[in-house]
Design a protein around this ligand. Sequence first.
Ligand code: ADP
Ligand code: MG
Length: 330
Amino acid sequence: DEVAERIAAGEVIERPVSVIKELVENALDAQARAIRIEVRGGGLRLMRVSDDGIGIPEDELERACLRHSTSKLSTIEDLERLGTLGFRGEALASIVTIAEMTLESRASETGDTSEERPAQFVTLRGGEVVERGRKARVPGTTVTVRDLFFNVPARLKFIRGARTENGHILHYIRRYALGYPGVRFTLVLDEHIALQTSGSGELKTALTEIYSLPLNEMLYEVGRGAGEQYRIHGYIGNRVLAQNNRQYVTLFVNGRWVQSRALYDAVEKGYRGLLAKGKHPLLVLFIEVAPNEVDVNVHPAKTEVRLLREREVLDLLTESVQAVLERSPV
Ligand code: ADP
Ligand code: MG
C-alpha cells in the first residue's frame, strides 16, 4: 500500500544527497561524458541532473520509473559480474513516490549530432503521472526532482539546513569526480558553481581541480599489482595534507565509492606514525578485484561492500601505502 511504499522509498532516499547519488550513478551507467548537477534550497526545492549519456528509448521512459524496472540486469549470473552501479531498479521508483520528478530523455542514435530534436518527458508526483509531453533536446537525459519528502513530514523534520545538505552533496560529487576523472562534472549550488572538472581523464588533474590545495610535491603515486590478483592505484597525500576528518579519504572498489572502517584503518595503518592523532590523510585509491569477489548487494543506500578475501586486500592496502611513503621525502 501507499504508506508501505513511502517507507520503502525512505530506506533508499534518506536525504537530498541520496537522490543525487542515484541520479549521478544512473548517468555514469549511461556512459555520460559530462554530468551537470544543479541544486536549490539544499535539494528540497530542486535537484537536477543532466547527462549526455545513451538516453532512454521513448517506449521505456515511463517503465523506468516503476519498481524493479532495470535495464541492467537480466539474470542472476549478471549480478555476479555486475559492471554497472545500479541494478535494483528501485531508485527512480522510490524518488517518484516521495517527490515530484520529471524524466526527460532522448536516446542517442548512431551518428547522432548534438542537434535538438523532439523527445519525450513524463512528470510523476507521489507515484502518479501528472504530465506527459514532448520537448526538443539534445541526446541524453535530464532528471528534475522537486519537493522532496513533500508527503513524508517525519523525514522532512530531520533534514538540517540547506548548508548541511549542500555540504553532503559537494562531498559526494567530489568523490565521484575523483572516481571518474574522464567525466566532466559541474555542480551548481544555488546558482554558484561549486565544483567543475575538465574530464581530462588524469586523476592528478582531477585532484587539483577538486581540492584547492597546493597538491604538487605532496601527492605520491600508488601503483600496485597490474597482473596480480588485486590492483591498487591512485594517489596518497603526505602528512602536510592531513585533515581533521575522513572527507578527503576516497576509496573506490571496482568503480564504486565505498566507506568501510576496515579499509580506512588499513590505509591509515600504512602511514605508521606519520599522521598525528585524530588526523586523516588526503588520498584517493582504487581497489580492483575480480567482480565475483565483491558483494555490493548489501543495502541500496549504503556505500558498504563485502570482500571475499578481505584480509588479503587489507594487507595489500597497508603495504602499498607504506611502501610509497618509505620512498618519499616528507
Ligand atoms: P537501476 O539503476 O538500478 O537500473 P533506476 O531506478 O536507477 O534503476 O533506473 C531505472 C532505469 O532507468 C535504468 O535501468 C535505466 O534503464 C534507466 N535510466 C535511469 N536514468 C538514466 C539515465 N540517466 N540515462 C539512461 N538511462 C537511465
Ligand atoms: Mg540506478
